[in-house]
Design a protein around this ligand. Structure first.
Ligand code: HBI
Ligand code: FE
Length: 280
């Protein structure tokens, strides 16, 4: 058993690197309809909410309305743009496997799609969360470099027993990150952009804190996986996110070892506060 409780040996029918064939021809019309419903819901509300690199990526990969995208088709353009490819996975894969894929510019996306009665939420990332939520940002060269650096850092963190700190960095950037732009705050996090309710909540609701991103600050902040975020961290640019990965994580982990976790809704005197949430 590996650290995260999932055996590193893949289940029957799954390759050693935990990938499977997407088998695009096998998707049913009903499954394509779920994608179309989710796609049209999100693209109706994301202009003015999602950041430009996300919207450009959506167009570049032509993640169109006709249904679940064929990875072979979108990988031609994605690889040309940033050297990334999407590979099909049966679901969550062991951390070590996940990081190794990211470190090699492969994004493991769930091959399955949620059922019609799960449109608003599901625990495990499905193909809509992964391909609509995560993949468009991988067309941006800076973010593409960040995701590869994250994978390389993850492999190191695993070996240092520091995964919990790095998982927070992933959570508050890749999954639930906000970007500051001259036109206001914009979404780049996949967990937000693939969710209708959170695409609205993350920008409009007075309840959550919205604080300036800081690497150590963010890594001291726990997160919840079962509800909207109580705190969102805002980056000034994607370049700032990439620059953060150039830090000495060994020194950061040593510092964090002496620091208690912060309350999930804490606001510190040194925080750059965009919104002081009501935490309603
Ligand atoms: N596996 N397929 C897949 N997708 C993920 O997003 C993912 C994963 N395994 C582990 C994981 N995410 C998180 O624990 C990361 O923080 C490492
Ligand atoms: Fe995700």
């Amino acid at each position: 058993m590996s650290a995260d409780g999932i055996s590193l040996d893949p289940p029957p029918g799954v390759r050693a690197d935990w990938t499977i064939d997407q088998n695009w021809q096998a998707y049913s019309p009903a499954e394509h309809d779920v994608w179309i419903t989710l796609y049209e819901r999100q693209t109706a509300l994301l202009p003015g909410r999602a950041c430009d690199p996300f919207l450009k990526g959506l167009d570049a990969l032509d993640l169109h309305r006709a249904g679940i995208p064929d990875f072979q088709r979108i990988n031609e353009e994605l690889f040309r743009l940033t050297g990334w490819t999407v590979v099909a996975a049966p679901g969550l894969v062991p951390d070590a496997v996940f990081f190794d894929h990211l470190a090699n510019r492969r994004f493991p996306a769930g091959q399955f799609i949620r059922r019609p009665d799960q449109l608003d939420y599901l625990q495990e990332p499905d193909i809509f969360h992964d391909v609509f939520g995560h993949v468009p940002m991988l067309t941006d060269p800076t973010f593409a470099d960040y995701m590869q650096a994250y994978g390389q850092g993850g492999l190191r963190a695993l070996n240092l027993g520091q995964l919990h700190n790095l998982a927070r960095l992933y959570w508050y950037t890749v999954e639930f990150g906000l970007l500051e732009t001259p036109a206001g705050l914009r979404i780049y996090g996949a967990g937000i952009v693939s969710s209708r309710a959170e695409s609205l909540f993350a920008l409009d609701d007075p309840s959550p804190n919205r604080l300036g991103f800081d690497l150590e600050r963010t890594m001291r902040t726990p997160y919840r996986i079962d509800d909207f975020q109580q705190t969102y961290f805002v980056i000034p640019s994607l370049q700032a996110l990439l620059d953060a990965t150039l830090s000495d994580f060994g020194a950061i982990y040593a510092y964090l070892a002496g620091q208690a976790d912060l309350p999930i809704d804490a606001i510190l005197p040194e925080d750059k506060v965009f919104t002081r949430g009501t935490q309603a």
